[in-house]
Ligand binder design. Structure first.
Ligand SMILES: *[C@@H]1O[C@H](CO)[C@@H](O)[C@H](O)[C@H]1NC(C)=O
Ligand SMILES: *[C@@H]1O[C@H](CO)[C@@H](O)[C@H](O)[C@H]1NC(C)=O
Length: 254
């Protein structure tokens, strides 16, 4: 009898623990699988499909990922996700926060994480090593707002702009959980704007770019409210923009 009482006591003691475990993330998290880049070391990737180059290797301390469906033809580049693996004996409850820098998939995965980000899902370094030995694991993920303390959105002129009449650029360090789905370059003198296409990944490119100092307009889509809004950069890109240079646009999103 005493044993039975003890058992009942134990059940009541631990019941709240079981009840608390799952419902917390049920609504915003999606179940999937994640693998990792076999050859990546402690960095991200500098040859990802998004076109970030060296920026992609060091971005977010190397906690980056390739995405399959979430790549969305490049619109998903730069989006941030929280990824948590689900094996409770190995995985931490907080997982890892990653940025999309590449496109790719392997056997039913939504993410191919950098090796660094993948092992970070473990509770300890040892657990991280055990996760790596599994190759691919079950996960839950949700999109989260990106946060780049001390950074404004930056207009980076790509190396490909090194011939006349061509401008290719990246918009780096965009905060929040919205997508930039269109860009307009406007001449500041007479406010003539040109709508720019995404050339590939996170890269925007235009033949015969407008001249003079350029005012940058960005169309934001998605996010919680689902609204579309044009935002205008505070700082212009100078007339004398140079290949490989970065220009602080003087605005940031929340
Ligand atoms: C003004 O707009 C026209 C296009 O309508 C363009 O050709 C011209 O170079 C623009 N810039 C200035 C400074 O007038
Ligand atoms: C970001 O832009 C604001 C407003 O234009 C400016 O005051 C600030 O210095 C910029 N921040 C950085 C880190 O450049």
């Amino acid at each position: 009898m005493a044993l039975l009482t003890e058992l009942i006591f134990l059940v009541f003691l631990f019941l709240p623990l079981f009840l608390c475990r799952s419902p917390v993330r049920a609504d915003t998290f999606t179940h999937s699988r994640a693998a990792y880049y076999p050859n990546s070391d402690q960095q991200g990737t500098s040859d990802g499909a998004c076109g970030y180059k060296s920026f992609g290797a060091t971005l977010n301390g190397g906690d980056v990922s390739a995405a399959s469906n979430l790549y969305r033809n490049g619109v998903g580049c730069g989006a941030c996700y929280q990824v948590i693996c689900t094996d409770s004996s190995l995985c931490s409850t907080d997982g890892v926060r990653i940025v999309i820098t590449d496109s790719g998939s392997s056997s039913d995965t939504d993410f191919i994480l950098s090796q660094k980000a993948f092992s970070k899902m473990g509770q300890t370094a040892d657990a991280g090593a055990s996760l790596l030995s599994l190759g691919a694991v079950d996960i839950e993920y949700q999109r989260i707002p990106c946060s780049w303390p001390g950074k404004n959105i930056t207009f980076k002129v790509d190396e490909a702009s090194d011939f006349p009449g061509y401008l290719a650029f990246l918009l780096e360090y965009q905060q929040g959980d919205k997508d930039i789905t269109a860009v307009r370059l406007c001449e500041t003198e007479n406010l003539t704007c040109k709508l720019i296409d995404r050339s590939h990944g996170a890269m925007w490119a235009v033949n015969s770019p407008p001249s003079g100092p350029l005012s940058i307009q960005m169309l934001l889509s998605g996010g919680d409210d689902g609204d579309e809004t044009w935002v205008v950069a505070t700082n212009n890109v100078p007339e004398s923009w140079k290949t490989g240079e970065s220009y602080d646009l003087g605005i940031q999103l929340n």
